[in-house]
Design a protein around this ligand. Structure first.
Ligand code: BV8
Length: 242
């Protein structure tokens, strides 16, 4: 991995694999099927228009599930890396997650971009606010901001919708010395394209995943194993065994 001291700005991308050992199903392990639907067919604006109850039940079930889970050693290691990195002169760490759970926050990460939104805010289509939200949406509750009922949707980026904070992400990527992809299959764009973006700019790339992802060939280095093992090991290496 070359000299660690050359690495100042790091961009980390995580996917469902980083939360797998906390007991949150990945899209693959759940077979990507839910009630005989592929996630790509349920997580779309068209599906929401066609069968809002099906989509709301899908998200109510997952929103409830994540509130019973705990961050794992990988989340905590990334929180530790961020805290240590912040103490270093001219060093930046940006964590971009595709995950919609809050385990990175609870593992100590603060410089976090949820590019596909999150389970714990809702999006009111009447007033466009995104209030904190932990309850079901199936019964069409009123928006806590504007009071209009039945206009709250999951604040999650569906297939065909534009991911959040893309400018910020590309800005962080263009300033990076290292791009690390953790626990993602490399199946969904634009996230799956970040490694090619990094390579194109001559940025070092590392993959930490249970098994080779679809984009594995693009990485300078790939380490395979469970996130709770390979991520703390990598963080210790980056911190010089602090
Ligand atoms: C957009 C939120 C444009 C919802 C998600 C054809 C070609 C290329 C692209 C497309 C195409 N057709 C359509 C597209 C675009 C589409 C896309 O990429 N489709 C795919 C199916 C081909 N993308 C989009 O629509 C995106 N938007 O392109 O907008 C645009 C332009 C202009 C104007 C408007 C719009 C939006 C995509 C976002 C969809 N939302 N999530 C929700 O969560 O319900 S996607 C969801 O699946 C995740 O967020 C993630 O992004 C994606 C893949 O999931 P992963 O996190 O990678 O999880 P997965 O299960 O797949 O893999 C787990 C990995 O972990 C595995 O590798 C496994 O080995 C590993 N693992 C397992 N256990 C462990 C482990 N690793 C370590 N330790 C372990 N213990």
């Amino acid at each position: 991995m070359g000299q660690m001291n050359e690495i100042r700005n790091i961009v980390i991308l995580t996917g469902a694999g980083v939360s797998a050992e906390s007991g949150i199903d990945t899209f693959r392990d759940a077979g990507g099927l839910w009630e005989q639907h592929k996630v790509e067919d349920v997580a779309t604006p068209e599906a929401f228009a066609r069968d809002p109850d099906l989509v709301l039940r899908f998200y109510d079930m997952r929103r409830e599930a994540i509130q019973t889970k705990e961050p794992n050693a990988a989340h905590h290691a990334l929180g530790r890396l961020e805290a240590e990195w912040a103490k270093r002169e001219d060093c930046e760490l940006t964590l971009v997650t595709q995950n919609v759970d809050d385990l990175h926050e609870r593992g100590g990460s603060e410089r976090l971009i949820h590019m596909h939104g999150g389970h714990l805010t809702a999006w009111c289509l009447a007033c466009d606010n995104r209030p904190e939200w932990r309850e079901p949406l199936l019964d069409r509750p009123p928006c806590p901001t504007c009071g209009v009922a039945g206009k709250l949707r999951p604040d999650v980026v569906w297939f065909g919708e534009m991911p959040y904070q893309m400018e910020e992400i590309y800005a962080a990527l263009s300033a990076a010395d290292l791009f690390v992809s953790i626990g993602t299959s490399g199946a969904v764009y634009p996230a799956a394209g970040f490694v090619q973006e990094a390579r194109g700019q001559g940025i070092r790339t590392l993959e930490l995943n249970l098994e080779p992802s679809q984009g594995s060939a693009y990485f300078d280095e790939s380490r395979h194993g469970p996130a709770t093992q390979v991520v703390p090991e990598w963080v210790d290496e980056m911190l010089g065994g602090l």
